[in-house]
Design a protein around this ligand. Structure first.
Ligand code: AMP
Length: 423
């Protein structure tokens, strides 16, 4: 029997994990700049956090992992971050202590989707949820944060698309106009779109089916059905985005998968050769009804999520490397048992000073040790043999410049501190 991973999942192997760590570290710094705080919610929730009676988005109806626990409670593995964060916001009464909660999260999600390039059954997202205010500057800040992330990474083939669905009234108006437009064409729509016609017609607008696309060429668009208030709101957001120097464009056809969005919606899209059809790196929007619909007070919210696999894929394709070159400060190379023993002692000493250190445990000869040092991307080699040991000396070699000096063993910490700028 050979064991295999679950369909649609993947392992992050040791060679790949530095990329993940580097991305995680990077985005955490951006969150700090924008004054967001981390929230960690469970990976599983009671199913009613995601499955609501009035809810009919695709994700909720068919894409979740649901199961009964041993006490017959219905649980769901989270398919996204927002609902769990909102559940926690309500349950912990975060609103009582914070007028405005600016939260970020990071972690795995689960969706029972057909796996393909850029689409997995377990995938990771980071995102933000800002709950407690309805302010165009805040919407602009959230979009600016998403923009800051991609700009700071140096991604070139990536753009920000925004649209507005308007307030409740605009959405209702528009939904009626759209249904009236689509109804006579019903038989020509794809099966997916047909099913959406009654429940979630907005999603039809972003159908990837070629025949749907052709039918939709002259479909009415949300932006043309905004109330005056909603129009003004969108104008203010655009103005604020200009002030924040965010490069964006308006995409009149942009809608998002979940039906709780209103007002501004946005997406970060990759237009990079070889990226594949799943080109949304991230997206989000405003959700003013969600907190109340989950049993909380009436609090407006806005947020986004980025898919980390896709972001890492985009970085790879654009040749952007976030991982610092040298992973290891020092690698010991030894020739005999006595020097190996001394290296083991020195390794401990250096680690107590927070240097990253390695020596060979697999009985390799000089050449093999050297190879391992280079594989580990060590900045320095400390080379120790019988004759050096007898003199209380050790050879220190810079792997980049190949410069080698002999130093007193007793000075090892001081010299490495100086060379590696350790404080
Ligand atoms: P969503 O929560 O559907 O708005 O998705 C936000 C982002 O999460 C997308 O833009 C993708 O980058 C990522 N994402 C969503 N679903 C998947 C999936 N099945 N596999 C990988 N990434 C995903």
């Amino acid at each position: 029997m050979s064991l295999v991973k679950v369909k649609g999942t993947y392992d992050v192997l040791p060679e790949e994990s530095p990329k993940w760590q580097a991305l995680e570290t990077y985005v955490k710094k951006v969150f700090k700049k924008f004054n967001y705080q981390e929230i960690r919610t469970p990976i599983m929730e009671y199913s009613n956090v995601f499955h609501r009676e009035d809810e009919n988005s695709d994700m909720v109806t068919k894409e979740t992992y649901n199961f009964l626990d041993k006490s017959d409670r219905s649980l769901t593995l989270r398919p996204e971050g927002t609902a769990g964060v909102v559940r926690s916001y309500i349950e912990n009464k975060i609103y009582a202590s914070k007028d405005l909660a600016k939260l970020w999260y990071m972690g795995p999600n689960f969706r029972y989707e057909r796996p393909q390039k850029g689409r997995y059954r377990q995938f990771s997202q980071f995102g933000v949820e800002v709950i407690g205010a309805m302010d165009p500057y805040l919407d602009a800040e959230v979009i600016a944060l998403a923009y800051d992330i991609i700009k700071g990474l140096g991604l070139k083939g990536v753009s920000v698309k925004i649209n507005s669905l308007g307030d409740k009234k605009s959405k209702e108006n528009y939904m009626n106009v759209l249904k009236a437009f689509l109804e006579p064409k019903k038989d020509l729509l794809s099966e997916d779109s047909k099913a959406r016609l009654d429940k979630n017609p907005l999603r039809i607008l972003d159908s990837k089916d070629p025949q749907d696309k052709a039918l939709l060429v002259d479909a009415p668009l949300p932006l043309d059905h905004l109330t005056d208030d909603a129009k003004l709101n969108f104008e203010k957001i655009k103005e604020a985005l200009d002030l924040a120097e965010v490069k964006y464009s308006v995409d009149k056809r942009l809608v998002r998968g979940l039906d709780y969005y209103s007002y501004v919606v946005f997406e970060i899209q990759a237009d990079i050769e070889g990226f594949g059809s799943q080109n949304a790196l991230g997206g989000g929007g405003r959700y003013n009804e969600l907190v109340e619909s989950l049993g909380g007070p009436s609090k407006p919210g806005v947020g986004f999520a980025f898919g980390m696999e896709r972001l890492l894929g985009a970085l790879d394709l654009e040749g952007i490397n976030l991982v610092p070159d040298n992973l290891l400060d020092v690698y010991f190379i030894t020739f005999d048992e006595a020097s190996r023993k001394e290296a083991f002692r020195l390794q401990n000493l250096l680690r107590s000073e927070n240097f990253s250190v390695e020596l060979n445990y697999t009985g390799k000869a000089f050449k093999g040790q050297l190879k391992e040092a280079l594989n580990n991307k060590a900045k320095y080699l400390l080379i120790l043999g019988e004759s050096e040991l007898a003199m209380g000396k050790i050879n220190l070699k810079n792997t980049e410049t190949e410069e080698q000096i002999q130093i007193d063993i007793k000075d090892i910490t001081a010299i490495l501190k100086e060379k590696l700028h350790h404080v």
